[in-house]
Design a protein around this ligand. Structure first.
Ligand code: ZN
Length: 197
């Protein structure tokens, strides 16, 4: 009969190490020494190559909010899915250091013709006002971006641009461009280091 309780002894308790560092305010996660996988959620064994040779590594504590929502059970809390160095975590968001990004349409090319009718009526964006608000201090940073000019510049310098300045009328709400199109409009400015987050 197999002894169900006779599990192989673990040489290292990764979960304990993870929690101990968290208590000290350090976000360290296990990384497989054999295949470099970030083992998430923390475990004593690599889920890719089953190696038990693991090191704990500190991650860059800055992340990106992918999705957020409110919980209305007991108290109103903001929940979010955050990506940090390639791993995704769900948790309660504190307003500290959080930034809100808004993009206001300033100018578009009225002579540009959209021959594709697949997306409904679209306009070709020329200039936008980028507004970044830090939610803890309410401090607002504004920057006017000539996205048409940036596209020309990046085409000249890098021969290729990933921007898409065509925006559907339904993607503009009260003069502001919806969040799902932000990256399309900002990609060149980010690539040229004109803006950083
Ligand atoms: Zn591995």
């Amino acid at each position: 009969m197999i002894d169900r309780f006779n599990y192989p002894k673990v040489s290292q308790n990764v979960v304990k190490e993870f929690l101990d560092s968290l208590r000290k305010g350090k976000f360290r996660i296990p990384i497989c020494l054999k295949c470099d996988l970030k083992i998430w959620p923390p475990a004593n064994i690599c889920s890719n190559c089953y190696s038990r040779k693991i090191r704990m590594s500190k991650l860059e504590p800055r992340g990106r909010v992918i999705e957020h929502s409110f919980s209305h059970i007991d108290s109103t809390e903001k929940l979010g899915l955050v990506e940090i160095s390639g791993i995704r975590i769900i948790g309660i968001l504190s307003e500290e250091n959080l930034k809100q990004v808004k993009i206001k349409l300033l100018d578009y090319d009225e002579s540009a013709r959209d021959f594709s009718q697949r997306f409904g009526t679209r306009i070709l964006v020329r200039k936008v006002l980028l507004m970044i608000k830090k939610t803890d201090t309410e401090e607002i940073e504004e920057k006017e971006l000539d996205v048409e000019e940036l596209e020309k510049r990046i085409r000249k310098e890098r021969l290729w641009s990933s921007s898409n300045r065509w925006i559907a009328k339904s993607e503009i709400k009260n003069g502001y461009i919806v969040a799902s199109r932000h990256l399309d409009l900002l990609s060149n400015a980010i690539a040229l280091d004109i803006i950083t987050f």
